[in-house]
Design a protein around this ligand. Structure first.
Ligand SMILES: [Zn+2]
Length: 288
């Protein structure tokens, strides 16, 4: 891990979750996301320490555990402010909400793990920071944001999934399919110098990645449409997994079920599917 310069005041640390670093002055920085866990936080602090840099703010693009895992240790060491958009802020302050949201009720022990439940951190509402601009990137999560720096570099959180991940897993987590597609359209209008998605390399041209993401969503819509011949949600999830030859585990099951439900909402709103209760079972049908 090292500090990579991408603009006069804009840097990033390449990691499993890329970390944005914006220099506010000679000694203070604003971080964009903090990585998977406390270890990631410690590595970030070490790199900044070597450059005599102190963290004044952390902006979290959204509340998922792999973006906020270093919050607690960094705040403890630097006494920084942690900022996030509405709703995401509530999840960051109450990390139990994330697995609870996925499961839909009180969780059981196996769902209480660091991939779903981050350490809690004391997060405030977004505020103006000189040199930074917030952009709305809804879809992947309820109220995700991106950050544009004055150097015309965009940090995009999880608004785009890498080609490798899409080819390997096909399904990626979504909360709102329509908003995700709207966000892809919006990304096409940007004229940034560099774009930094959280889990893939920096790019100067976003179009190829936008198309890959959009095409996969359309493909998944078609896959689900073909499965909706009177199946319940669990069976739709199973068929989608089988179609893509994926293997289920507990975290995967709840992440993918939640995502498939987002697709069902979208297809229902598009009047491409309907549901019926037959023998006390909620079954989904394609509308021909
Ligand atoms: Zn995420």
């Amino acid at each position: 891990m090292e500090l990579v310069k991408v603009g006069e005041s804009t840097y990033y640390i390449s990691n499993r979750t890329n970390i944005g670093v914006f220099k506010l002055n000679d000694k203070d920085v604003c971080l964009i996301d903090t990585g998977n866990d406390e270890d990631a936080g410690k590595k970030i602090l070490k790199i900044l320490n070597e450059e005599n840099l102190n963290v004044k703010y952390i902006i979290n693009t959204h509340s998922h555990a792999d973006h906020i895992g270093g919050n607690k240790i960094i705040k403890k060491r630097c006494d920084c402010e942690i900022l996030a958009s509405d709703v995401e802020k509530c999840f960051i302050n109450n990390p139990l909400f994330e697995p609870t949201f996925l499961y839909g009720s009180k969780i059981f022990r196996e769902l209480d793990n660091k991939f779903l439940r981050a350490n809690e951190s004391d997060c405030q509402s977004l505020k103006e920071i000189n040199g930074l601009e917030y952009i709305s990137l809804k879809g992947h999560s309820y109220n995700m944001i991106g950050v544009k720096t004055k150097d015309n570099v965009y940090f995009l959180g999880d608004a785009l999934v890498s080609e490798e991940t899409i080819n390997k897993y096909h399904l990626f987590f979504l909360y709102d399919v329509r908003e995700y597609l709207n966000t892809l359209d919006y990304l096409e209008t940007l004229e940034g110098k560099f774009y930094i998605p959280a889990h893939t390399q920096v790019v100067a041209n976003l179009f190829p990645l936008i198309n890959i993401n959009r095409n996969k969503i359309k493909e998944i819509c078609d896959v689900i449409l073909n499965i909706c011949d009177g199946k319940n949600i669990d069976n739709i999830v199973k068929e989608v997994f089988t179609f893509y030859q994926l293997k289920m585990n507990c975290n995967q099951y709840f992440l993918v079920s939640s995502t498939i439900k987002a697709y069902l909402t979208y297809l229902l709103e598009e009047e491409k599917i309907k549901y019926e209760f037959i023998n006390n079972e909620m079954l989904w049908f394609k509308i021909n």
